[in-house]
Design a protein around this ligand. Structure first.
Ligand code: IMP
Ligand code: MG
Length: 422
């Protein structure tokens, strides 16, 4: 299968969990390289629904090594809960899951600060998942973060946590919030540290040993291109590099060892949280929500919905170097008579074929649409390219052409078998 970076080509929730699960069949190692438990990857398997937040989706297949890389921010208490939840569903992580010792920790004050900063922003809020992601990466960049290494060293952790709580409780007080109790945080985190210790590894060495063996590695992206801290719609972004480069820095695997980039995108667009979404459309949102689709896996929030935005996906193709496309949720459009695709943005007299950086400009941009005839047939039972309606095939081909990458996979439902290799 070769070493593959899989990224979201839109605003997250492209259906990466399912595509990762499908591609994992051919991989030996699956690695998360950025983000934290803000991610929610849904995989439906044999009538059961698994929602993964930190554990790579590869865990659902036996015999795959799953790595939480150095670029991830880890809430240890959350991770323990996730591992235990998987155990109750019959999935064992012991022996398969490896946690980077240099991954940074998310602590309770990160979550508190995330929430209070959001509240104090009022209507300008980002709409974060309130998982403490921004403050945790902030500490990492400020060189004041705690890492997995520290968590599993009880004496060091105790001292560091005392100092961190002193400082952060002052900040919390300034927000008018209750200070955190050292005892409670320390107990919970120490217990999580003991539980996680057997999973902790030098994952850079582990991955390079895998490369030497000729193992195939799948890099599992979280969130999406336009939530990237550098390339997204800043400040309405998450705090990590969600684009392809993040797979290298977040794992320690160098760029020249990457063989291909797969971009996952929905056959339409969604976004959860605030920030510009040029093709947002109330009718398509009502239709999808009415079908029970497009509610967030992490927060349960209803996602904002819109038409497919080829300007955005072309831009994603550029910054990620997308070789192959996986288009998901094609079946979400099955009932439509006409389907629109945004092919350019217009701001007054100016037309854009890329995503402008200035958020004010982007917010003003009006989509220029091309129209496609809907196929008005259920696609959920299709298993092969030739079983798709002609109009659906034409639509998929157009999406790939407009994005500038090769169409490799189309997905027509949540099941593993509802996957068409093109
Ligand atoms: P944060 O990552 O919790 O700080 O949230 C920042 C922005 O990214 C918000 O708009 C979130 O809704 C969005 N976001 C974070 N993680 C995900 C995800 O896994 N899927 C979709 N949106 C996400
Ligand atoms: Mg998600």
């Amino acid at each position: 299968m070769a070493n593959t970076i899989l990224i979201g080509a839109q605003w997250g929730d492209e259906g990466k969990g399912k595509i990762i699960d499908v591609l994992t069949e051919g991989a030996d190692v699956v690695v998360r390289t950025q983000g934290g438990n803000n991610a929610g990857h849904t995989v439906n398997l044999k009538g059961k629904k698994y929602v993964l937040h930190l554990v790579p989706s590869g865990i659902l297949r036996r015999g795959k090594k799953c790595v939480i890389g150095n670029g991830v921010v880890v809430d240890p208490v959350g991770l323990v809960e996730e591992i235990e939840g998987l155990r109750q569903m019959g999935i064992r992580c012991q022996g398969s899951l490896f946690l980077s010792e240099t991954a940074h920790l998310v602590l309770p004050y990160h979550r508190e600060l995330d929430a209070h900063r959001e509240t104090s922003k009022g209507k300008d809020k980002i709409g974060t998942t309130k998982r403490g992601i921004g403050p945790a990466y902030g500490d990492k960049a400020a060189r004041t973060g705690l890492r997995v290494l520290d968590l599993i060293n009880p004496e060091r952790f105790e001292k560091q946590l005392q100092a961190k709580l002193r400082e952060n409780n002052e900040i919390l007080k300034a927000f008018g919030a209750k200070p955190l109790s050292f005892k409670a945080v320390h107990e919970a985190y120490r217990a999580a540290g003991d539980y996680l210790k057997p999973f902790v590894a030098n994952t850079v060495i582990l991955l390079h040993e895998a490369l030497l063996r000729g193992d195939d590695i799948l890099f599992e992206g979280a969130q999406g291109t336009f939530l990237d801290i550098d390339h997204g719609t800043y400040p309405f972004v998450t705090s990590s590099n969600t684009t392809a480069g993040g797979a290298c820095t977040g794992s320690g695997v160098p760029p020249h060892r990457m063989d291909r980039v797969v971009g996952v995108m929905k056959a339409y667009t969604t976004r959860v949280g605030e920030g510009p979404l040029p093709t947002e459309n109330a009718e398509i949102a009502d239709m999808l929500h009415g079908m029970g689709r497009e509610f967030g896996a992490t927060t349960g929030r209803a996602r904002r919905c819109g038409w497919f935005d080829a300007v955005a996906t072309r831009h994603a193709g550029m910054v990620n170097g997308i070789d192959e496309l996986a288009v998901t949720n094609l079946d979400g459009l099955d009932t439509l008579e006409t389907i629109k695709v945004c092919v350019a943005y217009r701001d007054g007299a100016r037309q854009y074929d890329y995503v402008p950086n200035d958020i004010e400009v982007l917010s003003r941009c009006q989509p220029v649409y091309a129209e496609f005839a809907g196929w008005r047939t259920a696609t959920t039972a299709a298993r092969q390219w030739k079983e798709l309606p002609t109009k659906a095939r034409a639509y998929l081909k157009a999406l790939a052409e407009l994005t500038g990458a090769k169409l490799a996979i189309a997905s027509v439902g949540p099941g593993r078998d509802q996957t068409i290799f093109v």
